[in-house]
Design a protein around this ligand. Structure first.
Ligand SMILES: O=P(O)(O)O[C@H]1O[C@H](CO)[C@@H](O)[C@H]1O
Ligand SMILES: O=c1cc[nH]c(=O)[nH]1
Length: 283
């Protein structure tokens, strides 16, 4: 059996074949490159941010797939191969990437990125390990409704959950110097309306119990739950939504958060390799 046939034969491939339209098949190569992609993918919104994370400190570059919308790069971690994929900004863009990446063999997603902080007085560079996320966008709502119709609703509506194993691994790996409130295991709100945020939206997010706002974690976690894949989002606080203050004011703090996420990733990738292999073995 060729590797490509293996990708198309598993449980996730069958679910995808039953619920996405032929356009996704038509576009998969262009978006993410040909199958098989590594089963573990690290995803973020923009190539510029991906550079900030300096993943070459923990991964060995192998090759770049030419001319893909997600600028797919293949890397080698000591635990196995990893892809980095740029999912674009917002839930719909992330959803396009997630689906096509799954079609090409990805079986787990680790989103890394930046977020706005909601807790008054939180330090720029605070790391939020999103164990749950919700969103105001249509892709997130589609997954929430689909899960409901399928008889497996999210446990804490309207929040989709991350893999507990990933959250525990990431939190335990975060360097000790980031303790004292700079590591938050909590909820994220993913918005389509970043430039409409202000004190009132922040109150709303906080009332929902959120510590951070980004634009994609909700869709990443909800999509993963729909396809029964493990996923998590590791976010570093880049600005304050209510008080002003940006990473450009506190570069060192921000850099510490970025470095902490890299440390967490290094511990998380082997766990993700094992989890993705389990998913890929499901028939
Ligand atoms: O750091 P990234 O992944 O770009 O994520 C955050 O930054 C962008 C907004 O400027 C959105 O994509 C948001 O989710
Ligand atoms: O990245 C984001 C998303 C929403 N709000 C923010 O402040 N930052």
């Amino acid at each position: 059996m060729s590797r490509n046939e293996t990708v198309t034969a598993d449980r996730v491939a069958r679910q995808l074949a039953g619920d996405v339209n032929p356009l996704a098949t038509h576009l998969a190569n262009r978006y993410v490159g040909p199958a098989p992609l590594p089963p573990v993918a690290i995803v973020t919104a923009t190539p510029r941010k991906l550079k900030w994370f300096e993943l070459e400190q923990i991964l060995k570059p192998v090759r770049e797939l030419e001319d893909t919308s997600s600028l797919t790069r293949i890397w080698e971690h000591e635990s196995g191969p990893v892809a980095t994929l740029v999912h674009g900004v917002g839930g719909p863009s992330a959803d396009r990437l997630l689906i096509t990446a799954m079609m090409q063999g990805v079986r787990t997603f680790i989103r890394i990125g930046t977020c706005g902080l909601l807790e008054p007085g939180a330090t720029i560079g605070t790391v939020v390990v999103a164990e749950e996320a919700t969103s105001d966008d249509t892709t997130f709502q589609w997954y929430l409704d689909a899960l409901e119709r399928d008889g497996r609703p999210v446990r804490n509506k309207p929040f989709a959950a991350a893999s507990t194993e990933y959250v525990d691994t990431a939190v335990n790996a975060l360097p000790a110097e980031l303790e004292q409130g700079r590591v938050v295991r909590g909820r994220a709100f993913s918005t389509s309306l970043i430039f409409r945020e202000g004190p009132e939206t922040a109150v709303h997010y906080r009332e929902l119990g959120c510590a951070a706002a980004d634009m994609e974690a909700g869709t990443v976690l909800a999509s993963a739950q729909w396809y029964r894949l493990p996923a998590v989002a590791l976010l570093v606080g880049r600005d304050h939504i209510t008080e002003g203050g940006f990473h450009t004011d506190e570069r060192e703090r921000f850099a510490e958060g970025v470095q902490a996420i890299r440390t967490a990733l290094d511990a998380l990738i082997p766990v993700a390799q094992a989890a993705a292999a389990r998913v890929a073995s499901e028939r």
